[in-house]
Ligand binder design. Structure first.
Ligand code: SAH
Length: 459
């Protein structure tokens, strides 16, 4: 569309019919054919909106008035919903959220991957779509001379003080409140991003949903914590179920939460949690899925699509701390896991031992380098599982997979658009997408996770 044909200008008020939702859950409508994104508007709604930003092919508008609200609209229960960037679908009923996620996957597969001949099942939701997260990370700062701890306001670095976050486990919330109160009582200075001064940067709390164990990680700018003994005593007194108090030192001027140095101030180095029958040790730095209830649902689906009988060799590329590998190992002859982060591989090995699993082998490296090596060594995979980050699989890895010719591929994806791109390559290489199962790992947010069963055509 050429510049002069854009039918809107900044600050113009328009009436729109919202046709569907974009990938962040924002409403999408058209004004004289020109696409406008309207955060907070729902599909089917007629609204009045004010144009706030105009680009070449699309623009953004602010919702002013609901002329005809959707029957899926619900009041968002969180008092800081509008200011916090964390969740974006609280105004949509949970059933509506599940439908949106199924639709988004279907549309992406068709539009980007031209994958249309496949069943995208209804999203598997949870009974309780609140209080599901096992890890809370709260930044600290100063506001009008007082210590605040909460969330960065949408699109900025201003910290909004927060008492409770409705998608966090209650105990995560409770610990944050206690740490904040103790910090104020002991006169601990919060970190100031602009000056690089102040001590307390973040608190991270990890909750073992099934074990009830709690880990508190204080991330500090510098090693010395004044009145450290009092800190520990107070935390233990206020939250007796804390089993581990950890300090992580981060003195760099960066947005990255963790620094390189971690030490245990009191208690255990790790907490434990279970997924299905497996137990995992979780350290301050290691990655663990944040929704433990749905993780089990996700992995069971992966197990189903892997179709194991006990004789198979399985490769788990992008294995993280080996959660999927170990889940599959009990039903397979042998599992090989590969992962780029060395600490995660250490955790994977430790977790294998913890669960008495001896048919899983873990290697540090990129999947795209290690898998061709395995192929050369003569390892024949019957099933390959991939669970890549948002950018999807490297094309060279997909080519290696095609050369290794596993009977089945299980793709676990957190990004439907890169998934669609990768499925096209696999389909062109002789595979068929059999079934797609979206699993809601992140209720109230627009994040979409799915598991895909893929089969070699000649079997
Ligand atoms: N399957 C695991 C982790 C999935 S997250 C689980 O369910 O817990 C994706 C993982 O891929 C991360 O641990 C990340 O460190 C790893 N990763 C990213 N790029 C990689 C690459 N090129 N090769 C191997 N692993 C990679």
């Amino acid at each position: 569309m050429v510049q002069e044909m854009i039918p809107v200008v900044k600050n113009m008020e328009v009436e729109l019919l919202i046709e569907n939702l974009g990938h962040e859950g924002e409403g999408v409508g058209r004004y004289q054919g020109f696409t406008l994104f309207v955060p907070g508007a729902l599909a089917g709604e007629r609204i009045r909106a004010k144009v706030v930003k105009v680009k070449k092919n699309y623009g953004y508008a602010k919702l002013l008035e609901l002329l005809a609200p959707s029957s899926d609209r619900v009041p968002p229960p969180c008092p800081i919903y509008k200011r916090c960037g964390g969740c974006s679908l609280q105004h949509l009923s949970y059933e509506g959220q599940l439908r949106f996620k199924q639709q988004l996957v279907t549309e992406n597969l068709a539009r980007i991957g031209k994958v249309t001949d496949v069943k995208v099942l209804p999203t598997l939701g949870v009974k309780e779509p609140w209080r599901y997260r096992n890890k809370v990370q709260v930044p600290f700062g100063e506001h009008e001379g007082g210590l605040v701890g909460g969330f960065y306001a949408k699109g900025s670095h201003t910290i909004i003080d927060m008492d409770s976050c409705l998608i966090q486990h209650e105990q995560g919330d409770e610990v944050v409140r206690a740490v904040k109160a103790i910090a104020k009582r002991l006169g601990i200075a919060p970190y100031n991003e602009e000056t690089g001064k102040g001590l307390l940067r973040h608190v991270v709390v990890k909750v073992g949903f099934h074990t009830g164990q709690l880990m508190v990680v204080l991330i500090t700018n510098g090693e010395k914590i004044p009145r450290q003994d009092e800190w520990i005593r107070e935390i233990r007194r206020e939250i007796p179920s804390v089993s581990s108090i950890i300090q992580n030192v981060n003195s760099k001027r960066t947005n990255v939460i963790f620094g390189d140095k971690t030490k245990t101030l009191w208690g255990e180095d790790v907490i434990y949690d279970t997924i299905g029958e497996l137990t995992f040790a979780i350290s301050a730095r290691s990655f663990f899925q944040v929704n433990p209830v749905q993780t089990e649902v996700l992995y069971n689906k992966a197990l189903e699509y892997a179709g194991l009988t006990g004789t198979e060799t399985v490769i788990d590329a992008y294995c993280g701390i080996g959660t999927i590998s170990l889940f599959l190992a009990k039903k397979a002859k042998k599992v090989y896991g590969v992962e780029i982060v060395p600490e995660a591989i250490e955790d994977a090995r430790r977790n294998a031992a913890l669960n008495g699993i001896d048919n899983a082998e873990f290697v540090v490296g990129t999947a795209e380098e290690v898998m061709p090596r395995w192929a050369k060594e003569g390892i024949k995979a019957d099933v390959i599982v991939v669970d890549p980050p948002r950018k999807g699989c490297e094309e060279s890895l997909l080519q290696t997979m095609l050369e290794m010719k596993p009977k089945r591929i299980v793709y676990v994806s957190c990004n439907p658009s890169t998934l669609a791109r990768d499925l096209r390559i696999l389909e062109d290489g002789g595979y068929k997408t059999v079934e797609v199962q979206p699993v809601d790992m992140f209720p109230q947010t627009s994040h979409v996770e799915c598991v895909i069963g893929i089969q070699r055509i000649d079997t």
